[in-house]
Design a protein around this ligand. Structure first.
Ligand code: PBG
Length: 443
């Protein structure tokens, strides 16, 4: 199937750069304003305007181009200098305020910020942030089956059959300029072990899917998740010791093998989401040793222990079987994921990831953590990714389904806000819907 791929935002339709889904359509294009006797400004169709004078036709705000007179520039100038001024639409009368409006002196303001927001043209000209389908990374859930299974807590999302539904979804995304995806596998329970060894099986679901996608869509940017949770019989991102400790260095060893298996299959960007210490440097070394110097690492730099991941865990059936993901030792308060109360700690992670060679720094969740995105933006020259996670998606969807909010507008605003906070790319389950909207397609 032929896919339209937008390589740069400049090749996108104008609507892509604004917040609104639809292109602004001027509605007064073929109307002009005339003064009525009671000074009310009314718009009438231009066809009722008087016939043009012989020398200069009236310049109207209509789609008709005035008939040319054939006069030279000098003749035009001479006519004006002789007082024969061509007719143009009159200055529109001052619009009337409703009866009872208080008559007040003008406020002595040197600056009125509303001026730059006066018209759609001015508003669009001064828009600071833009968003394009090229900024989206589309997270896709895959499984071994052939049917697509709906995910209850994420309306509109499916566990896609890796050989059928997935291909169709990727083709649809590419058609509206989304050319980056990230894969999340649902692994059969029978393949899960405490040490998550299926994670680096070169014939496993993820490597197999990458090879197939690269074969069908060579230009597709494929991101992968590097963490043990889909493969762990305990549902945790790392190996859990008898006493509940998540074993850092041993887990990193497994993650390196996982990243290399994904790179060998053709992954463009490997994304460690596990939050083990030292994993970025170790994965960089492992990739380089195996000849994958060109593969990028997108590090989940600031991944918070968030309840917004709930629907995702349902999607992959990856709820931790005991404990939560906050702690170093599972049953004590004592983490691998960061404490939502912490701001400055994100900088510690930034410095580690930068020095270990991360190419992209990711913040997760997105909307509740805009301050963290901005902080990292201001403190690192590296590209920033924001993950609008499952709970954020589900809340907007639920609000839309219940008709409590305008789903499409809230979706676009939330994405624009992530960009404004400093995100270059956004991982979002809305990628296809939002890109369609930006391209002027209705759902
Ligand atoms: C785990 C992982 C999680 C998500 C992405 N990778 C969940 C977790 O930490 O439990 C969450 C994504 C989402 O909620 O959309 N490696």
């Amino acid at each position: 199937m032929a896919s339209t791929i937008f390589s740069t935002s400049s090749s996108l339709p104008t609507a892509v750069k604004g917040l609104d889904c639809n292109t602004y359509k001027p509605t007064l294009g073929n109307l002009r304003f005339i003064a009525s006797p009671n000074r009310k400004s009314i718009a009438v169709p231009s066809s009722s305007s008087p016939a043009p004078k012989p020398l200069f036709p009236v310049v109207k705000a209509t789609s008709d181009v005035p008939v040319k007179t054939g006069l030279s520039d000098a003749e035009c100038e001479a006519a004006v200098a002789a007082g024969n001024v061509p007719e143009a639409p009159p200055v529109p009368p001052t619009p009337l305020a409703p009866a009872g409006t208080p008559v007040v002196p003008s406020l002595p303001l040197s600056r009125r910020p509303r001026r730059t927001r006066r018209s759609p043209a001015l508003r669009a000209a001064f828009q600071e942030t833009s968003i394009s389908p090229a900024n989206f990374v589309y997270p896709l859930f895959i499984h071994e089956g052939e049917e697509d299974t709906p995910i209850g807590a994420m309306p509109g999302c499916y566990r896609l059959g890796w050989r059928h539904g997935l291909l169709e979804e990727v083709a649809k995304a590419r058609d509206v300029g989304v050319n980056s995806i990230v894969l999340f596998p649902k692994v059969p329970d029978a393949l899960k072990t405490p040490t998550g060894d299926e994670a680096y099986n070169e014939y496993g679901l993820v490597p197999r899917t990458i090879r197939m996608l690269k074969d069908k869509f060579p230009g597709l940017a494929i991101y992968t998740d590097v963490a043990l949770d889909p493969y762990s019989s305990d549902g945790h991102d790392g190996i859990v010791r008898e006493d509940g400790v998540i074993m850092n260095d041993e887990t990193v060893h497994q993650l390196c093998k996982q990243a290399v298996a994904q790179a060998r299959a053709g992954a463009d960007v490997v994304s460690p989401s596990d939050m083990m210490d030292g994993r970025v440097g170790a994965i960089r070394g492992a990739l380089d040793d195996a000849g994958f110097q060109h593969v990028l690492i997108m590090s989940y730099t600031a991944k918070y222990a968030s309840s917004f991941y709930g629907p995702f865990r349902e999607a992959l059936d990856s709820n931790p079987h005991f404990g939560d993901k906050k702690t170093y030792v599972l049953w004590k308060n004592g983490s691998y994921q960061m404490n939502p109360a912490n701001y400055r700690e994100a900088l510690v992670e930034v410095h580690e990831d930068e020095s270990e060679g991360a190419d992209i720094l990711l913040v997760k969740p997105g909307l509740p953590y805009l301050d963290i995105i901005r902080q990292i933006r201001d403190n690192s020259p590296l590209p920033i990714a924001a993950y609008q996670v499952s709970g954020e998606y589900s809340m907007i969807k639920a609000g839309g389904i219940l008709k409590m909010i305008d789903e499409e507008k809230v979706m676009m605003e939330s994405l624009l806000c992530l960009r404004r906070a400093g995100a270059d790319i956004i991982l979002t389950y809305f990628a296809l819907q939002a890109a369609r909207c930006l391209c002027g397609e209705k759902r």
